[in-house]
Design a protein around this ligand. Structure first.
Ligand code: URP
Ligand code: ZN
Ligand code: ZN
Length: 461
């Protein structure tokens, strides 16, 4: 099967050119000046549109157990929503429960995802029980294509790891080339602040933000960086939200340390004012780290320009308002943590291009090319080039859309971006050469997505 994408503007991280793109079966076969390639079995007209490598969301949580419930998107509904928004690869997190092994966890996550995803997917591993066995099993995970391990300095009693445990896991990562991903918030101090707030009757959702101050993200980020320095492990800070944390990352990078960071659209566009919405509406915006005062946003955009923030992922972790967020009425600490967003990442970051915050190429770099390199998928993913998987988004930069629960495809009963007006939108999406979204219809199917066994990070020096 030969499909020709005609007359579009191909946007890669490395540059932009007017070209036709020939797809043969699952792969990109050729790029050439308009009119040179053909004939083909099918044609996609891309005049006036961008032709991008499919988005790679390196941080999602489908069907994730959290706070006595599960995130609302299944691997099928979540990856279908991803496809709608131009994301053709997700990397989700397998979650080790305390007292269980990493390998049985990986098996369990394969059972959940295999045969159900609409686009390709990989896994990171959440390590919540550091012991001799799980440290040994990190090696088997790496062999199985899962070479990035998330640890938590937050959530004591659940996912929390002590500095000693983090050090041991980092030593293992250092010896194997694996990446340690860090949820960097000082959970011990935060739990004190949470207990104080509750004992004083401060129970509203905004307290979630007030009890997790940005200084405690900055402190944990600095500590993680020092532990990584001592051990020589590569470190990737997930969902960075605060100026203080960004300053720590920038300083480490200036010194040449293998430290990387991602931020998420919610930290670029939403703020603690959303958490403070009355009538428990603020619960829709509860995630950790919390939404920050607006002043942090300019620093995050700057970090994206300077590459101190290299990736934008969503941390998509949807909980319905009804029955799930509502678990925390009267006690903000019981609100399940997470914000939905897998469908909107490409569009939201395109607003950064429209507003002049980042260039067109940088948009593609932070949403596709860099996550591909960071997590060992390049050049199979993350680039429009011969030999790459034909994961392609034809993007109309001029179309207008309004985000909201009535039109989104995520299995969640609210939108964090309700009513937001967007310039640009996805026209056509190909996943490994198959059209999965076109002209407002979904043409993909459950099980089309394949597991991606990943190489080590391609950024390590
Ligand atoms: O609030 C969040 N971020 N929920 C998902 C779990 C995590 O820490 O990434
Ligand atoms: Zn986290
Ligand atoms: Zn997360």
């Amino acid at each position: 099967m030969r499909t020709l994408i005609r007359n579009g503007t191909v946007v890669n991280a490395g540059g932009t050119l007017r070209a036709d793109v020939l797809v043969e079966d699952e792969k990109i076969a050729a790029l050439a000046a308009p009119g040179v390639l053909g004939p083909a079995d099918a044609y996609i007209e891309a005049d006036g549109k961008y032709v991008l490598p499919g988005g790679i969301d390196a941080h999602t949580h489908m069907e994730m157990p959290f706070g006595g419930t599960f995130s609302a998107d299944t691997f099928f509904t979540g990856t279908r929503a991803a496809a709608w928004g131009g994301t053709t690869t997700i990397i989700d997190f397998a979650v080790q429960a305390k007292g269980t092994s990493l390998l049985s966890t990986l098996d369990k996550w394969h059972e959940k995802a295999d045969g159900h995803c609409a686009v390709d997917y990989g896994f990171h591993m959440i390590v919540s029980d550091v012991n001799d066995q799980s440290l040994k099993e990190m090696e088997s995970c790496i062999d199985a294509g899962v070479n990035s391990f998330k640890m938590f300095m937050a959530y004591p009693g659940v996912f929390y790891a002590t500095d000693g445990e983090i050090l041991r896991a980092m030593q293992k990562a250092s010896g194997t080339g694996a990446t340690i991903m860090m949820h960097a918030e000082n959970g011990i101090a935060i739990d004190e602040l949470v207990a104080q707030a509750l004992s004083e009757g401060r129970t509203d959702p905004v307290q979630h933000g007030l009890t997790r101050p940005p200084e405690l993200e900055g402190e944990a980020t600095s500590r993680a960086i020092q532990l990584a320095r001592v051990t020589g492990a590569p470190l990737y800070i997930v969902h960075l939200s605060a100026s203080q944390a960004l300053a720590a990352v920038a300083a480490a990078r200036n010194e040449g340390q293998n430290v990387f960071a991602e931020t998420c659209p919610q930290y670029l566009y939403l703020s603690i004012e959303d958490l403070a919405k009355p009538d428990f509406e603020g619960s829709k915006y509860v995630a950790s780290p919390p939404l920050r005062p607006k002043e942090h946003q300019a620093d995050l955009w700057r970090g994206l320009r300077t590459n101190d923030l290299s990736v934008v992922s969503t941390d998509h972790c949807p909980f319905c308002f009804k029955d799930q967020k509502e678990l925390g009425r009267g006690d903000f600490s019981k609100i399940p943590n997470g914000i939905p967003g897998v469908e909107h990442r490409m569009d939201l970051l395109h607003q950064g291009v429209v507003a002049g915050e980042i260039t067109l190429q940088r948009w593609v770099e932070v949403t596709s090319a860099t996550p591909a390199r960071m997590f060992g998928l390049y050049p199979r993913k993350g680039v429009i080039a011969p030999g790459a998987d034909a994961d392609i988004v034809v993007y109309d930069p001029a179309v207008r859309q309004t985000l909201g629960v009535a039109t989104h495809h995520m299995a969640v009963d609210y939108s964090a971006y309700e009513g937001m007006s967007i310039t640009g939108g996805v026209s056509t999406v190909l996943s490994r050469g198959s059209v999965v979204v076109s002209e407002g219809s979904f043409h993909g199917h459950e099980g089309h997505g394949r597991f991606l066994s990943r190489e080590l990070s391609q950024y390590l020096v």
